[in-house]
Ligand binder design. Structure first.
Ligand code: GLP
Length: 249
């Protein structure tokens, strides 16, 4: 696992856009995340596409997860969020955005990913409790796309996007930890002090369902990009910085 530490959230977005940008090619398959952390990365990607550095027109996009019960037109549905924040500004045809559908079996989404040739690079954020996608603590390490019940911490964290905590759906459909691990490259980004414990847990804690993001440790090509605040709990921080500056050729 490569750990890249930058001072600011803006620098994290630049590094993430540099990495993700390499997968924008005809036939490329990119896994996209929601939440607030990826927004700056998406803005950087869009800016590059607008000046012709990136071409997104023949890329397929797969979302990690979706709330159960929110239609595609609901402003907080992940389908609508991804259309607004990434797909439409990129000028990508909406049919190229795939989002798990809670009215269908999770296997169908797995089959869609397979039919596209698998995900080349999966962008991930992390919840304060260590969740990725909506794989809450206790998720099977080899799970596939399925419904989950949100952890109270996640409901509280995501209430800011809704009128109140009561308005946050309790159920979601999410790629499983097994699904996520089948992507060719995992790129996890985290910024801010609230992610400090989750980052310490996923990078330096045990590989455990108690911290679903710790599956990064098991993946053959995993990159973690964090800002100084999110990196503050890392014991080996100096080593990661040294290793990045002294990469073997
Ligand atoms: C949601 C999403 C996750 C995301 C997490 C953190 O729960 N399902 O994919 O990583 O929020 O969001 P934020 O980046 O807003 O902290």
């Amino acid at each position: 696992m490569e750990v890249i530490i930058r001072k600011t959230a803006a620098e994290v977005a630049t590094v993430a856009a540099d990495i993700l940008g390499q997968y924008f090619r005809p036939g490329g398959v990119i896994g996209v995340a929601t939440g607030s952390t990826p927004l700056a990365t998406y803005a950087a990607i869009i800016a590059r596409a607008q000046v012709g550095i990136l071409d997104a027109s023949e890329v397929e996009f797969f979302a990690l997860d979706e709330y159960v019960g929110l239609g595609h037109d609901h402003p907080q549905s992940y389908y609508r969020t991804l259309r607004t924040e990434l797909i439409d500004p990129l000028g990508v045809e909406p049919r190229r955005l795939h989002v798990p559908d809670a009215s269908q079996a999770g296997e169908r989404y797995e089959a869609e990913i397979l039919a596209a040739g698998g995900i080349d690079c999966q962008l991930l954020g992390v919840g304060t409790n260590g969740h990725i996608g909506f794989n809450e603590p206790g998720s099977s390490l080899n799970s596939v796309t399925r419904w989950k019940t949100l952890h109270p911490q996640t409901v509280a964290d995501n209430a800011r996007f809704f009128s109140s905590a009561d308005a946050v759906p309790r159920h979601v459909i999410t790629q499983g930890l097994g699904t996520i691990q089948r992507a060719g490259h995992l790129l996890l980004i985290a910024t801010g002090d609230a992610k400090r414990n989750a980052v310490a847990g996923l990078v330096e804690g045990p590989l455990s369902a108690a911290c679903p993001a710790s599956i990064m440790q098991w993946h053959r090509h995993a990159t973690v990009v964090v800002d100084g605040a999110a990196a503050a709990g890392l014991k080996n921080r100096e080593y990661y910085e040294f290793a990045e500056a002294n990469k073997p050729n």
